[in-house]
Design a protein around this ligand. Structure first.
Ligand code: KIV
Ligand code: ZN
Length: 498
């Protein structure tokens, strides 16, 4: 029998407090609903005392989301706890998370206090909170660097005062997995009443150990994991929800389950990334663009023969259609044939040999071979596949001139042009595309990546376009960054233009 791990998602609190990731309350509700569909058990919706906007968001999320428990953060201060209670008044199921720093660093330098005084404040706040809430989660900030004996005393006291969940944060991402696991074991062995509460772990990723520490915590008795989507959070971030969910799903021998519908992971990751304007690093485990992309010939050959040769996670399990074979100069015949099959193209052996030699010539000068390139190699007009093609692009910009772009597209085989001024070359060119297509499209995320160093380098553009309430991803690469942006935009538009 597997044991249930509760997933406490703090994307909207610890994640959202990251500079540049702020969301308005409408966007927060959108994320909260996605988290509900994903199956998280608890949503930490915000820190209500911190700002009127945060307060409002907790109220709106409490009204919009019914399945998960809604939690609000409060310091160990009555005013914070009152604000949390007020903001959660509409929540069907609610919880407060209150707490205080317990490491000597925090006690001495942050609070200019001593251990006894802090213990007293912890108990008072817990009692106060327990009068207003049935579920009180108490956090010992910087527990990772807190002396275990003192930590155990604080926890025992707050359990007696009514705490129902005890959260052990490695706030600074300091602990090694063995240390963190031993800390949880120590608490399990030395705190009276610990078996009557849920023990939670909240790990930061400063040493890249957040997921390892969270797992180690579970091995020694934690039954709640504090996580964020894409691992966003203070500094190097928090434990990534998708990593914990997929490890627990894939490694049955650990004996844990979650309520996460993993097939919603990719969608939720894209949504959070785009709303927060926080690109996911391409090689990020589980949700990075390259997480299921195979580029070496040997790997591609293996994957085509049997997916498990180089993939331990089935991309379908996170909601992705299939693994992606990236065609490069290192790809073999089998990879090209595989891609052709995906495009419904069947070639004889001779035709395939010819296509392969053309492909190798192109791959020598072009990093990413697109489906259009493949079609062209096979003598098929790509218009049949992608309705929108870039025919012509000219941009005039510089000091003392107003930026102006002229774009010509082929749309379903018909040429259409537009000219526009803009706030720079990218803006002017994208405006032209929007004029031609005549559709209401918003760029939600825009990410430029240099392949290498040097100003003659190929730039990769990732773009997220919102159209009719849905998000579409576009990608292109070119030495001309304006052209790459237009192509990426068109790439996204080709996914929804009929
Ligand atoms: O990292 C931390 O200590 C926290 C607590 C508020 C749980 O985010
Ligand atoms: Zn934190």
């Amino acid at each position: 029998m597997s044991e249930r791990i509760y997933i406490f998602d703090t994307t909207l609190r610890d994640g959202e407090q990251v500079q540049g990731c702020q969301l308005n309350s409408v966007e927060k509700v959108q994320v909260a609903k996605a988290l509900e569909e994903l199956g998280v058990d608890i949503i930490e919706a915000g820190f209500p005392i911190s700002s009127p906007e945060d307060f409002k968001s907790v109220v709106s999320i409490s009204q919009a989301v019914t399945e998960p428990v809604i939690c609000a953060l409060a310091r160990a201060i009555p005013e914070d706890i009152d604000a949390a209670a007020e903001s959660l008044k509409y929540a069907k199921r609610k919880r407060i998370q209150t707490g205080i720093g317990t490491s000597d660093f925090h006690i001495k330098y942050k609070f200019c206090s001593n251990r006894e005084e802090i213990l007293e404040r912890a108990v008072k706040a817990t009692r106060y909170a327990r009068n207003l809430f049935d579920e009180v989660q108490f956090y010992c900030e910087d527990a990772g660097r807190t002396d275990n004996e003192y930590l155990a005393r604080v926890i025992e006291a707050v359990i007696k005062a009514g705490a129902t969940v005890i959260n052990i944060p490695d706030t600074t991402g300091f602990c090694l997995p063995s240390e963190f696991g031993n800390k949880i074991r120590y608490l399990k062995e030395h705190v009276d009443g610990i078996d009557n509460v849920i023990l939670s772990v909240h790990c930061h990723n400063d040493h890249g150990l957040a997921t390892a520490n969270t797992l180690q915590g579970m091995m020694y008795g934690a039954r709640q994991a504090d996580v964020t989507v894409n691992g966003i959070g203070e500094r190097a971030g928090n434990t990534a929800l998708e990593e914990i969910a997929m490890i627990l799903k894939g490694r049955n021998e650990l004996g844990f389950t979650t309520g996460i519908d993993t097939t919603r992971i990719y969608h939720t990751s894209r949504m959070v990334s785009s709303l927060m304007n926080m690109p996911v690093q391409p090689n990020k485990a589980i949700v990075g663009r390259n997480a299921f992309s195979h580029s070496s010939g040997i790997h591609q050959d293996g994957i085509i023969k049997m997916r498990e040769t180089y993939e331990v996670i089935d991309p379908k399990d996170i909601g992705l259609g299939e693994n992606s074979i990236t065609l490069t100069a290192r790809s073999g015949h089998a990879a090209l044939k595989y891609r052709l099959a995906a495009l419904n193209i069947e070639l004889t052996k001779e035709e395939l040999d010819l296509a392969y030699s053309k492909f190798l010539r192109l791959a020598d000068v072009k990093m990413d071979i697109t489906d259009d390139d493949i079609l062209q190699i096979c003598g098929i007009n790509p218009v049949n596949i992608n309705p929108i093609q870039l025919v012509f692009l000219r941009v005039v910009s510089g000091t003392g001139v107003q930026t102006r772009a002229h774009v010509r597209l082929s749309v379903h085989g018909k040429c259409r042009s537009a000219i526009s001024l803009g706030n720079g070359p990218v803006d002017a060119a994208i405006k032209c595309v929007k004029i031609i297509l005549g559709q209401k499209m918003m760029i939600r995320a825009f990410f430029i990546q240099a392949m290498d160093k040097g100003c003659d380098d190929i730039g990769k553009v990732h773009i997220q376009v919102e159209y009719d309430g849905n998000q579409y991803y576009g990608f292109a690469a070119d030495t001309d960054i304006v052209k790459a942006t237009v192509l990426a935009f068109i790439n996204a538009a080709n996914r929804f233009i009929e």
